[in-house]
Design a protein around this ligand. Structure first.
Ligand code: IPM
Ligand code: MG
Length: 360
């Protein structure tokens, strides 16, 4: 079996962390008996430099022809990079939003796990860290404020900016079904996060999600207001299993959920459409300040590759093998700088990749 994988190495630390994930994928392919055929896809700042736009039709076509796409990160330093002198629709981030929409990647899965070995990095109270947590945010990714009508114009002599938040029941239902399916494979608990005390769109999310919930009687289903959820995530994250939410709330809560694990360098993510296709990327950004220094943490990208094996390629054993190898390397005390603690052994980006590939 040979899989076609698109690689969006991207900007900043993207190329170096993707290289380590490829190393680990190749080791997994050798061990579990399949092969990869990689195609580079240019997107983000590097696409602006080469083609003048952050996303080309060729890039979309190459992604569509792949079984799955593994991405590093896109974007640069907004204060210093010339990319941010361009109008918003021509900047690196527009490439990311464009590919999400073009490939219909409506379900964004962002797991947040506190590893036993990294408890000391958790910024929460000692008691909360000791309890640990393992939750996943299912963020709707192709609707809401991100893709609503927007404009800035002069209204009666006052400059006015408008962003619209709209969802229809079809968009909500498909995200909810995906989240309940995931809950069935986990601890069978799902919380819809919304602002139903204020927003019409949230009230529609509640209506549609509670209808979907009837098809999953084994899943315990509840709802929570987003402001309360922001508090509960720092107070008692262990109460959560699957959090389902709309695009903007999911953007904000997923950064919070990442931070409470101690390092954003550990967290993978998957963006899925209706078929098996997905785009997999680390939750962290392009970190231009440390790019090219071989010190970035490649684990989030390596774990994203594991998610790719599980969700798009049906290679669950290989996915578990990689996750196990990551845990083993952490247990053995190896750490990149971002997760370094006393008594551990500090390693570079490529050494971490070698260790994980070796532990397979
Ligand atoms: C994310 C990022 C993007 C988003 C940005 C880069 C457009 O923050 O993937 O969470 O807001 O979705
Ligand atoms: Mg974000």
């Amino acid at each position: 079996m040979e899989y076609k994988i698109g690689l969006i190495k991207g900007d900043g630390i993207g190329p170096e962390i993707v290289e380590e994930a490829v190393k680990v994928l190749d080791a997994a392919a050798g061990k579990y008996g399949f092969a990869f055929n990689y195609t580079d896809i240019c997107m983000g700042g590097c696409s602006i430099d080469r083609f003048g736009v952050p996303l080309t039709d060729e890039a979309i076509k190459a992604a569509k022809e792949s079984d799955a796409v593994l991405m590093g990160s896109i974007g640069g330093n907004a204060a210093t990079s010339p990319w941010y002198k361009l109008e918003p629709s021509k900047r690196p981030e527009a490439g990311l939003l464009g590919i999400r929409k073009a490939l219909n990647l409506f379900a964004n899965l962002r797991p947040s796990v506190l590893y036993e070995e990294l408890r000391s990095a958790c910024p929460l109270s000692t008691a909360t860290a000791k309890k640990g947590f393992d939750l996943i945010i299912v963020r709707e990714l192709t609707g809401g404020l991100y893709f609503g009508e927007r404009y800035t114009k002069d209204i009666d002599g006052t400059e006015t900016a408008v962003d619209t938040l709209s969802y229809n029941e079809t968009e909500i239902r498909r995200a909810a079904v995906r989240a309940f399916d995931i809950a069935m494979k986990r601890n069978k608990k799902l919380t819809l996060v919304d602002k139903a005390n204020v927003l019409d769109s949230s009230r529609l999310w509640r209506k549609v999600t509670s209808q979907v919930a009837k098809d999953y009687p084994e899943v315990s289903y509840d709802t929570m207001l987003v402001d309360n959820c922001a508090m509960q995530l720092v107070k008692d994250p262990a109460q959560f299993d699957v959090l389902l939410t709309e695009n903007m709330f999911g953007d904000i809560l997923s950064d919070e959920a990442a931070m409470i694990t101690g390092s954003i360098g550990m967290l993978p993510s998957a963006s899925l459409n209706d078929s098996r296709f997905g785009l997999y990327e680390p939750s962290g950004g392009s970190a231009p300040d440390i790019a090219g220094k071989n010190i970035a943490n490649p684990i989030a990208t390596i774990l994203s590759a594991a998610m790719m094996l599980r969700y798009s390629l049906d290679q669950d054993k290989a996915a578990e093998g990689i996750e196990q190898a990551v845990r083993q390397v952490l247990k053995d005390g190896h750490r990149t700088g971002d997760i370094m603690s006393d008594g551990c052994h500090r390693v570079n980006t490529d050494e971490m990749g070698d260790l994980i590939a070796g532990a397979l």
